[in-house]
Structure formats: structure tokens, C-alpha cells
Write a protein that binds this ligand. Structure first.
Ligand SMILES: Nc1ncnc2c1ncn2[C@@H]1O[C@H](COP(=O)(O)OP(=O)(O)O)[C@@H](O)[C@H]1O
Ligand SMILES: [Mg+2]
Length: 474
């Protein structure tokens, strides 16, 4: 395995969830930023269009004012021709005085539109030419000779010039209004574009957020929920629980580690069960060997000795016969004790006759009366028989020792691939596997074979021991 600094992520993790998350967030930020950029550009457009619309209105107002000044000059000149009064010339003079400033204001407003600027200059020149070449000479003439001036005015040249200037004003205003319509259309388009950008940005963000949430749920939330469910099954003892290993990045690592952990737990449990079974089998084998040694060796020798003693007794002098008889009786009693002891170490009857006769022998020897039903169609494996025998033996001993029971019922039969064993007494109850060694050792033996033990012993209501031993082994 290549060396990695402690705490550094596994290589595949670097390309895992963090990177995907960054990409998704970056994408979201990009869409939002793009929508805002379009929105801001459109708003700027909108403001520019509004400004130029306002300026168009100002141009029209300035043009109207200038036109009125020109008209004032003509009106003042005509009034003087009619009245001959000098004060009629006030309008004529004030109009002339105001024209340059007003023309200048108009020029400034149309400065960035060359066509309009040229037209405004022409209007100013024509107005100046009208005043210089026509209106001023006419007023001069009228001051000297009113009638001559009236005759000159009747030629209509003044009216023609003024009409021409007013036509120029009309053109300037018309062009400006056309421009305004164009700008308003542009500002409408900018407004629509701004709304479109806002809507598109919002919709894009919502879609992306929904997609992102669905993606997170698929790659993180659901797998984590699966892991939690599997961890629950594992905690409940189902060590065969496994996860599908298709998660992304860290989740995939979590799933693989979880499966590895469950696998190791299952292996350990299998090894422990196998080693427990081996220990129990080895102990049973040792007990069987001791029992055989006792039976075939010492027991046989004691029986031969007793027979020999009986023979000696027959031919012995009368004074010795009584003592020899007593020794021979003691020897027979010792042989019986030895047989009883060896049966406790390993019941030979179990290996020879199977479980029902062995259980009947136990029942016969029990201090508490026993009702036994044993229904076993075929002989189970030896270790199952031995375990069942010890369960019943311990239960009967307990019933006699602790329960103060009047009867014990023992039932053994085969139930769904298990040897099913129930031992029930009607004693004082209150049994627990713990303080003594009997029930604990028995539970160990049964579990080593993959079986289960249930002890139900409420105080005053008797004790029931239910044991299931798999016949095919764990
Ligand atoms: N059938 C029973 N009725 C009442 N109490 C029992 C019974 N079996 C066991 N017990 C109680 O449970 C304890 C544990 O039993 P066991 O493990 O067989 O140990 P031991 O028999 O060596 O005391 C006993 O000490 C006893 O107090
Ligand atoms: Mg006991």
C-alpha cells in the first residue's frame, strides 16, 4: 500500500462528494450571476432610454420657445406698422434680445445629433437674416415714413420668410418626435429584456436547486438511510446484512467499510461458535475415554477380584468366612459406586441405545417423579444427543435440589429441523442462569451447537426450560 500522510483523504475521495458539491454550487452561482448581469445591463439601458426621452421633450419645449420669440419679433414689427406708436416696439426689441440665448440652449440640447444641430443653426441664421435684412430696415423706414413701410409690408415677403422659418421649426420638432418614438420603443424592449432575464434567472435557479436537492437526496440521504437500516439489522444480530456498494465517493467508502465490518463480525462469530463446539466435543471425548477406562479396566478388575474372593470364601476356614463375606460385599458395593460414577461422567447407555432409553434411565433415577414423552424418529448427531441428555439431567437435578416440585414433565421431539426440548416443573420458580454453574454451562453447550435456551421461571409458578438444538449443526 503506498504511503499516505495521516488524515489525508483516499485518492478516490478527492474526486468524490466535495468536488461534485463544488461543481453544483459553482453552476448555481454562475446561472444567478448571468441572470443578474443581463438584468443590470437591461436596467442601465432602460435608464439611458428614459433620459434621452426626457431630453427629446426638452428639445421640443426649447424649439417652441425660440419659435415664439421669432413670432414675437414679427408681431411687434406689424403692431408698430399698424399703430405707429413707439411702445409697440417693446415686443420687437425683447424678442430680438432673447433669441441668441434661447438658440444657444437649443444647440446644447441637440449637440449630439448632427442633423438636428445643423437644422437648429439654419433656423438661427434665418431668424438673424430676417431681422437684419427685412425687419430692421422695415422698422427704420416706418419711423421715417409709415405709409411707405406699410406699402413695402404689403408685398408679403416678411410673411413668406416667417412661414419658411416656422416650417423649419416644424421639421426640427417632427424629427425630434420621431427620435422619441424610436427611443421609447428601445426602452420598452430593454424593459422586456430585464423582466425576461429576471424570470429566466429565477426559473433557472429554481430548476437547478430542485435538481441539486434531488441529486443530494439520491447520493447522500437515501444511502445514509439504507446504512442506518442495515446498522439496525446488524445491531439486532443479523450479521448477514449487507449494503449494495454503488454509492458515490465517501458514501461508497462508507458502504464498503460497513460491509467489511459486518463480514468480519460474521467471521468472528462463526469462528467462536466453531471453537466452542470443538471445546465441548473435546471435553465429551475425554469423558467418554475416562468412562471406558473405568468400565473396561478398574471395574472389570474389581468384579474379577470379587469373584475370586467368593471362591476363596467357599474354601476358607469357618472363622475367616464371615470376614471374607463382608469384604466381598464391600467390594461389590464399591463396584456399584464406581459404575454410578462412570455413568455420571459419560452415560454409556446414550452411545449404545440413543436418547429415549438414556432419558428413561435418568427419569427412573430422579428424586422427583418424571413424566417423559420422547418422539424422535431418527437418531440425531451424537453431540446433539449429549447436549439434550445434559439439559434434562441438569433440569432434573435442579428440580430436586431447588424447586421443591411434585412432578417434572419432560417432552422431546423434532420440530422444523430442531430437536425441541421442554422441561417443566411445578416448583417454587425463580431460577436464573448466573449464580450457579449448571444453567450457564448448559447454555454454553447449547449455543456452541447453534441452539437456543429460554428459561421462564416466575417466582411461585414453576420453571420451564425450552431448548432448541439444530439437528444439522450451526
Ligand atoms: N427448577 C428450579 N426451581 C427453582 N430454582 C431454581 C431451579 N433451577 C435453578 N434454580 C435457581 O437458580 C440457580 C442457578 O441454577 P444452576 O445454574 O443450575 O446452579 P446450581 O444448581 O449449581 O446452583 C440455583 O442456585 C437456584 O437458586
Ligand atoms: Mg444446577
Amino acid at each position: 500500500m503506498p504511503w499516505r500522510p495521516r488524515g489525508a483523504p483516499e485518492p478516490e475521495l478527492r474526486a468524490g462528494l466535495t468536488r461534485r458539491m463544488l461543481i453544483a454550487s459553482g453552476l448555481l452561482a454562475l446561472i444567478v450571476a448571468a441572470a443578474f448581469a443581463v438584468l443590470l445591463a437591461s436596467v442601465a439601458d432602460l435608464r439611458a432610454s428614459e433620459q434621452s426621452t426626457r431630453r427629446s421633450e426638452e428639445v421640443v419645449v426649447a424649439a417652441n420657445r425660440l419659435e415664439r420669440l421669432v413670432v414675437d419679433v414679427e408681431a411687434g414689427e406689424r403692431g408698430f406698422l399698424v399703430t405707429g406708436q413707439d411702445d409697440s416696439l417693446d415686443l420687437w426689441r425683447s424678442g430680438q434680445a432673447a433669441i441668441p440665448a434661447q438658440a444657444e440652449a437649443l444647440h446644447r440640447l441637440v449637440a449630439d445629433s448632427p442633423g438636428q444641430l445643423a437644422l437648429a443653426r439654419r433656423i438661427q441664421q434665418d431668424a438673424a437674416a430676417y431681422i437684419r435684412d427685412y425687419s430692421t430696415p422695415l422698422v427704420d423706414t416706418a419711423m421715417r415714413d409709415l405709409d411707405a413701410a406699410r406699402t413695402q409690408a404689403a408685398s408679403g415677403e416678411g410673411a413668406r420668410r416667417i412661414d419658411a422659418i416656422r416650417a423649419e421649426f416644424d421639421r426640427l420638432v417632427g424629427v425630434e418626435q420621431g427620435l422619441e418614438v424610436e427611443r421609447q420603443a428601445r426602452s420598452g424592449a430593454a424593459g422586456r429584456r430585464a423582466i425576461g432575464a429576471a424570470v429566466a434567472g429565477l426559473a433557472g435557479s429554481i430548476v437547478l436547486i430542485v435538481v441539486f436537492a434531488a441529486y443530494l437526496s439520491r447520493v447522500i440521504v437515501r444511502p445514509v438511510r439504507r446504512v442506518a437500516a442495515m446498522a439496525g439489522r446488524l445491531a439486532g444480530g443479523d450479521l448477514g446484512a449487507r449494503l449494495p456498494e454503488r454509492g458515490v465517493g465517501e458514501i461508497g467508502v462508507l458502504e464498503r467499510s460497513f460491509n467489511k465490518m459486518a463480514g468480519s463480525l460474521q467471521d468472528s462469530r462463526r469462528e467462536i461458535a466453531a471453537s466452542r463446539a470443538r471445546i465441548v466435543a473435546a471435553a465429551d471425548q475425554a469423558r467418554r475415554r475416562i468412562e471406558r477406562d473405568l468400565h473396561d479396566g478398574i471395574q472389570q478388575r474389581l468384579v474379577s477380584l470379587a469373584l475370586e474372593l467368593r471362591a476363596v470364601e467357599a474354601s476358607a476356614p469357618p472363622e475367616l468366612r464371615q470376614r471374607l463375606a463382608a469384604v466381598a460385599n464391600e467390594l461389590v458395593a464399591a463396584t456399584d459406586d464406581l459404575r454410578e460414577l462412570s455413568r455420571g461422567i459419560h452415560p454409556a447407555i446414550l452411545s449404545e441405545g440413543g436418547l429415549p432409553p438414556a432419558l428413561r434411565a435418568l427419569a427412573r433415577r430422579s428424586a422427583v417423579p418424571v413424566e417423559l414423552t420422547a418422539d424422535i424418529p431418527a437418531r440425531p448427531p451424537e453431540q446433539v444427543e449429549v447436549a439434550a441428555y445434559y439439559v434434562v439431567s441438569e433440569a432434573l437435578t435442579n428440580a430436586a435440589k431447588h424447586a421443591r416440585a411434585s412432578v417434572v414433565r419432560v417432552a422431546v421431539h423434532v420440530l422444523a429441523d430442531n430437536l425441541h426440548l421442554v422441561v417443566r416443573d411445578d416448583g417454587v420458580g425463580g431460577a436464573t442462569a448466573g449464580p450457579g454453574s449448571g444453567l450457564v454451562g448448559l447454555t454454553d453447550r447449547v449455543q456452541a451447537l447453534g441452539g437456543t435456551v429460554t428459561i421462564t421461571s416466575p417466582p411461585g409458578a414453576g420453571t420451564t426450560l425450552v431448548v432448541d438444538l439444530p439437528i444439522e449443526g450451526p
